[in-house]
Design a protein around this ligand. Structure first.
Ligand SMILES: Cc1cc2nc3c(=O)[nH]c(=O)nc-3n(C[C@H](O)[C@H](O)[C@H](O)COP(=O)(O)OP(=O)(O)OC[C@H]3O[C@@H](n4cnc5c(N)ncnc54)[C@H](O)[C@@H]3O)c2cc1C
Length: 416
């Protein structure tokens, strides 16, 4: 089988891999992205991302000006203010002590009101990359060649030779598995449930405006905290940007609200200890209606509006996730294979840092590879500098996110 050659091969078309491809393209470097799935329809793809300043800066650096403007123009909105309430919706005097998604600010400045649909962000990041992204290419392994290049092998199609292979293939990274055998994800023992309801349905079910006007942290006297927020989109703003902000044709077969990219919605999430709501195997088997049924008994004594929020959530949007993190300290000898994003520093969802960190990695690696291309430093030096900085900020984000999760648990147990 003949081998195709590319300069820089990226495995994975998540936010990190695509932002890197955009940045390299913007600076005239030759790049190809290899993605296994034709459509991105994993559970979290139906939700929005909260943006931090470093994620916004990274997008500004890597996107062309028109694409960055389209990103700003089509972004959704979340509430800019946060409140902490008990389960009867009575205000508590500890603003932000909720579930680690609001309140005490982290080292990265968060824009509470900047709510980006993952579907819209993907449409933006794929724009102009039609000849760069190759779908249906499941990466299996790499092989180091004597001439210093690397050969990537796929389940389908010809192998690809590259000067640099970047593993941007997410938390279960196959690239990482070969580069760092034995390094894996760590189960935090927390289990997350989340779901959403269109704002139209929220009005129909009489959810009070106060519940929809802020980022609401419910801190019950007993039981587990719950975070509630809204994502509002303005379909009018999409009109000037072609397909950006529209529904993805690839999601057409999915019923329900989950992948409806044009609806404004209220969403909630909550976390329990493993085993608390039921055995993992049972919860993993349940559909959205079954998960709602598992959660509702835990809300006995909660305000009826909160119970209605859960009861009337669109079952297609309700999902169960094991919360995982990664261990710091994983290193490999700098060479023609490197990693970015969740592939090397997967973290819990608390603090909303994972995608922002992946975007930050992408901007940093772009800057280093451009410097190498311009002859300002050797590629080896550029990669070593990227890896040192990426490990430092990536591990800081993993720690910050884990601490936010632990604080959330303490907040849940402390007497209110
Ligand atoms: C519940 C939840 C909420 C979150 N909320 C936020 C938030 O608000 N803000 C935030 O910043 N972060 C958030 N995150 C984290 C964020 O989702 C991740 O950090 C981010 O998606 C990582 O991007 P990535 O590009 O590194 O990897 P991914 O998004 O995982 O993309 C990896 C890509 O690689 C592809 N791939 C995998 N294996 C192969 C293979 N063998 N061959 C070819 N392709 C492959 C996959 O199909 C995928 O397209 C949240 C995470 C969760 C679980």
């Amino acid at each position: 089988m003949s081998i195709t050659s590319v300069d820089i091969a990226i495995i994975g078309s998540g936010p990190g891999g695509l932002a890197l491809a955009q940045g390299l393209r913007k600076h005239g470097l030759s790049v190809a992205v290899f993605e296994r799935d034709l459509v991105r329809a994993d559970y979290v793809q139906g939700f929005r991302l909260r943006m931090h300043q470093h994620g916004l800066d990274a997008l500004r650096a890597n996107l062309t000006d028109p694409l960055f403007e389209a990103f700003l123009a089509t972004m959704g909105k979340a509430p800019a203010s946060s409140v902490t309430l008990d389960e009867r919706l009575r205000p508590l005097a500890t603003p932000g002590a909720g579930n680690g998604q609001g309140g005490r600010e982290d080292q990265h400045q968060a824009h509470l009101d900047k709510s980006v649909s993952r579907i819209t962000l993907r449409q933006i990041l794929l724009s102009g990359l039609g000849d760069v992204v190759h779908f249906g290419r499941h990466f299996e392994r790499h092989e180091l060649a004597d001439d210093g290049t690397v050969i990537a092998h796929f389940a389908q199609g010809a192998p690809v030779r590259a000067r640099l292979l970047v593993g941007a293939d997410g938390a279960g990274s196959t690239v990482r598995r070969q580069l760092l055998p034995g390094y894996g994800l760590v189960d935090t023992g927390k289990r997350r449930l989340a779901g959403k309801l269109s704002l139209e349905a929220a009005a129909r079910h009489g959810l009070p405006a106060g519940l929809l006007a802020h980022n609401v942290s419910i801190r019950p006297h007993e039981g587990r905290p719950m975070m509630i927020s809204t994502h509002r989109v303005d379909p009018e703003s999409f009109r000037h940007h072609g397909l950006i902000g529209a529904n993805d044709a690839g999601h057409a077969g999915h019923k329900g609200l989950h992948f409806d990219n044009t609806a404004s919605y209220v969403w909630w999430n909550t976390a329990y200890d493993a085993g608390e709501l039921g055995q993992d195997a049972d919860l993993e088997r349940r559909d959205g209606a079954g998960l709602i049924a598992a959660l509702l008994p835990r809300l006995a004594g909660w305000d009826e509006a909160l119970v209605r929020l859960i009861r009337h959530s669109d079952p297609s949007t309700v999902g169960f996730l094991k919360v995982r993190t990664s261990e710091p300290g994983a290193r490999w000898p700098t060479g023609p294979v490197t990693l970015l994003g969740d592939a090397i520093h997967a973290m819990t969802y608390f603090r909303a840092l994972g995608a922002n960190t992946a975007l930050h990695d992408a901007a940093l690696l772009t800057r280093e590879l451009v410097a190498a291309r311009q002859g300002d430093k050797a590629q080896h030096r550029a990669l070593a500098d990227y890896e040192a900085a990426m490990h430092a900020h990536g591990e800081a984000a993993v720690t910050e996110s884990l601490h936010a999760m632990l604080r959330n648990i303490e907040a849940a147990r402390a007497p209110a």
